[in-house]
Write a protein that binds this ligand. Sequence first.
Ligand code: R5P
Length: 300
Amino acid sequence: MEKILIAGPASQILGVKIAQELGIESINTEGKTFPDGENYIRINIEDETLIAGKEVIIVQSTGPSASANQNARLMELFMMIDSVKRMGALKIIVVAPYLAYARQDKIFRPGESQFGNAIFNIINNFGINEFYAVDVHAPIILNECSCKAINIDSMKLLADYIKSLGAKDIVVVAPDKGAIERSSAFANYFGENVPVEVFEKERDVKTGEIKMSGSLNLNDKDVVIADDIIATGGTMATAIKLAKANGARKVFAVATHALLLQQAKYRILKAGVDEIIGTDSIDNEVCRVSLAKIIADYLK
Ligand code: R5P
């Protein structure tokens, strides 16, 4: 079946790169927000038969940026799926490198919505064929997807980049218990005996305030702090300060999804980081590693 890729407004660069890796044509979109706040999106074609009968890959990250928030990005994604379905796509593959709402995978306080799971009720209703995301906060939520759903692991790419910087005597530090599994898998990419340490983090579920503690021997070590997301940078900045206070020589702050909201970059730099390292899951200025090839490899 012939394939075509649609690079959604949130993933224009990544979308084109994936299409180039796959050797297929890519199309972009045009969009706007109506005066009443509703989203509008149109796939940039004049001839709808370009879509009919094809396998259509929609690449649209759903992270926040200066130009749109998660809700708008999700709405655009739903609208693109709806368009290609109407135009007669035979197979629809969705690639959402950053999956919005994935951190709302649990009930933390009575009365909440478990929307990280519920979002798949909406996606399932569209009847897509395959779904791909990268380093989902809690990959178990992909079980809610009724079609094939894959969590792509970007950690080898990130580890290879850090190795290329000449980091030595590496210790991987998980900033909280939730990051231990990911950090352990990450450490394996540096070598068999690379240690994984963990800090204790408590976040006030009402205020979001973080408290972190931990006493480790990081003297003369290059510390890699690995997390899935840097949002406000509170977790990362606190972990960096603690790693430095515990003797770390260099500290690399690594996250697949570097949202870098509010004062995140300032906070992390001020905490003494040597480099912030992210991917192009969303457009950001600390992207050191592109996901294009690894995503394309899954789509081949
Ligand atoms: C939380 O469990 C996540 O893995 C990240 O640690 C968190 O989302 C980072 O948020 P922030 O940068 O606002 O501390």
